[in-house]
Design a binder for this molecule. Structure first.
Ligand code: CO
Length: 133
């Protein structure tokens, strides 16, 4: 079921500073910021040879990233994203095994592809995103 590690998402308090660090110090290709109002986040993709880093910053009042940053003022690891071939089949399999899918109806994510999130409790304490490749 599971495919590539699509990205590692890091919540950051200062998006510009994080972009500058990856671009200017680490020498990575850093894409322009992208607002995703449906998710309450602004995302920036850092392109690496074998995967991507997704920098996450709160967007709007009800951003799910705001409480995370309140608990982790320096920022922190927010989620991992794995690719799957068929997200509906993945959701069905996971639910049948008792793994909690937070909102089982896929939403369109940052890459224009359907995504769902799995509860951290069943995933080693880490929020996991699945993206249909
Ligand atoms: Co993500």
């Amino acid at each position: 079921m599971i495919g590539r590690l699509n990205h590692v998402a890091i919540a950051v308090a200062d998006l510009q500073q994080a972009m500058d660090t990856y671009r200017n110090i680490l020498g990575a290709q850093v894409d322009p910021p992208q607002d995703l109002p449906e998710f309450g986040v602004t995302v920036v993709f850092v392109r690496l040879p074998n995967s991507n880093v997704e920098l996450l910053h709160p967007l709007g009042e009800a951003s799910p990233i705001a409480p995370f940053l309140a608990r982790n003022p320096a920022g922190g690891l927010h989620h991992l994203c794995y690719e799957v071939e068929d997200i509906a089949a993945a959701v069905a399999t996971l639910q049948a095994q008792g793994i909690k899918v937070l909102d089982p109806t896929p939403k369109i994510g940052a890459h224009g592809k359907p995504v769902v999130f799995l509860h951290p409790k069943a995933m080693g304490g880490v929020l996991v995103e699945l993206e249909q490749a």
